[in-house]
Write a protein that binds this ligand. Sequence first.
Ligand code: HT7
Ligand code: ZN
Length: 873
Amino acid sequence: PQAIYLSDYRPPAYRIDKTELTFDLDPQATRVRARLHVTRHPESKAQAALTLHGHGLTTERIAIDGQALLESEYRIEADQLIIDRVPETFVLETEVIIDPTSNTALEGLYVSGPMFCTQCEPEGFRRITWYPDRPDVMAVFTTTVIGDRQRQPVLLSNGNPIERGELPDGRHFVTWEDPHPKPAYLFALVAGSLECVRDSFTTMSGREVALEIWVEAQNLEKTDWAMASLKRAMTWDEEAYGREYDLDLFMIVAVDDFNMGAMENKGLNIFNSAAVLANPQTTTDATFQRIEGIVAHEYFHNWSGNRVTCRDWFQLALKEGFTVFRDQSFSSSINSAPVKRIEDVALMRTLQFAEDAGPTAHPVRPDHFIEISNFYTLTIYEKGAEIVRMLSHLLGEETFRRGSDLYFERFDGQAVRVEDFVETMAEVSGEDLTQFMRWYAQAGTPQLTARSDYDAEKRRFTLTIAQQTPPTPGQEDKQPLHVPVRMGLMAADGQPVELIINGESHGTDTVLHLREAEQQWVFENVDEGAVPSLLRGFSAPVRLEYPWSRDELSHLMRFDEDGFNRWDATQRLALIAIEEMMAAHQRNELMALDARLIEAFSYLLREPTDDRAVLAEMLRLPSEAWIAEQQRRVDIDAIHGARRAAIEQLADNLFPEFESVYHANQQSEAYAPTPEQMASRSLKNVALSYLVANGEVEALNMARAQYEADDNMTDVRAALTLLAHSDRADLGDPAIRAFGERWAHDSLVMDQWFATQVTRPQADALERVRFLMDHPAFSIKNPNRVRALIGAFTQQNRVNFHRLDGEGYRLLADVVIELNRLNPEIAARMIVPLTRYHRLDEKRQALMRGELERIRAENLSRNVFEVVEKALA
Ligand code: HT7
Ligand code: ZN
């Protein structure tokens, strides 16, 4: 497979003004007729060939202006249809047959259970018909869908329905017209036996928009939350960004087989059922919040992505980074803002940092790829959002909003580049963002190393910060970035210090602009003992090292004005303690937990707080993944053993405190996914996890009682996990059995059942995975099942995935080899844990490379090929 380079971009020679499609649906042989109204671009040469993309199409007819082409008048080469001689303006007609049933890749038109549906981003449309399948070709679409009246009573596509009618042989049709020009990746079609929940929304200019959520009949009772979330998102986008919806109808459809979370097709968003269906009995608080965020994300794309789209796929972060930033802002306006920030940062610092440090590291705007589907990554989405967040802070909220207004106005209906966005921001603010643009071009996580010096005589506190971005594959040398470092100083008495630089006061919280490889700031009039609070709110996506002592971290944990940094100080304090225990583990010595951490937790548990959601986060120890991220050499067993021992010792020392937190956060009112209730449940369940870790039967009985009370899935799942992960099979096994029987009819709950079992720390977890792969509820063809069973095991059960006998690696390689044939996109995602071997011990490295070599010997899809080659390079 060949790489494609950004530098090779050329504008399209022809534009398509109008696209007319007719689908005659059949599960094995759907006929697609396309009429494309084509015009040569004025800048193109008269002899320019017309090139269209197509994959897996059986071509029945190609005609220009009604005249069928002879075989000598066109070529089909490497997924391209090339017609050398075409008029300046013409209508191209094609007719192809495709097979949706055997489409297990879930790209293009495919069958999911009883329905037909599509996924066209990024390059799925070429599996439907011959087309210039690139985002800079935008056309107005009219789509006629013909189906069986009984089996497909509902026929949907983008825009508004303009005609419907009956046809012979029990067939019927609906014609849809979408007035907004769009690239092919935003095309959608859904057909099947679906039911609908309807609502409406009045826009800020007073237009009435019909809202519809289409699901299979048994899921009707799970649509309320998505509908409420959608309306909240529509209101928020009007208020926060002045963006109004632009069609009379907005539809969401839930589909069981889907490669990602959801897709923002114009007027017809298609959702993975796991990302839209919810009710208190089946769905945890975390999933309620996730659904709210995804519904908003897809809706927000209507402007950031659809009205203003990407010129080419290298610009993917233009729409994804901006839209993630928008959905994060929306979610934090509704839920606990500090907790939302903590969750987003935890994701960045564990998984995105790991990606940035691994063999598949790439810039937020990559300059080449083999398979674009491999680039829907945490770097593009999450780091892309962090860049937009930095911009919004650099400019200030009000100027950023002026910039976004101008961006939407100026580029409406166009396919643009990252530069267009950043230059608009530079224009409205007058800022020079030239250096800032490096954030898009340089891969790898910048490392900031800070140090301080105190001059008691002059009462001066000097802060020095150096930056360095490590080399990444293909990028040896890095330039200094423009890094905004938000900070403050906390005095010895816990009060914030006034920040005076060069005689000028900056209040108690300021942003330092680090632009050089090393810079220094001198703060005047500072008393001895001040502790710096750095990178507040995670003001830039960087690693930060500063030699805080444990006492200084405890000080920040108590007094920092910034809630995020209070959490971060607790994490750092815990990390020091756990690393000490890891060293003891490696020396085969007793692992004793630092008394200062116990004391810090005791303080947290006793001190009254008005933010219980943040407290719950502070009480969670750093994850194994985050601990691993801090190590030069990763010792899987020491990390697991030390973290586990730390939890047990906290539980032993603070049992009564955890017990009273548990009881104080019981609820009497009916379940609701409100921030207040979620905070209580989160705190209660963290406390319960410590109580159970203490090993007392009494605590396990509390978990069992919570499980049996069966009040809501958040509490049930938390209790079930504790029982299933305990050594008490007499409690865990019956609960697992009962849960499996009760929810056998609900695949989304069964996914939770799979994940709960295979994340057990006990040594039998891997055997359970193999056993459950034969369970009737599991199917390797369904991405949600694969993620729940295989993904949960390989990504959340590190100690068992990395078993020294190599069985975990073998299992994953077997799965990847099978998925490579069925669904390459999912195969390339699942393989990732196998590529992260570089900092492990030699034995594991050899085992993992061995499995990668075994995969390499297969006939590989482009997706898996690209990842394996990078991993073995
Ligand atoms: N823009 C959407 C991307 C997407 C996708 C990409 C590759 C393969 C399948 C996919 N399904 C959806 C999702 C989003 O970011 O909103
Ligand atoms: Zn998106």
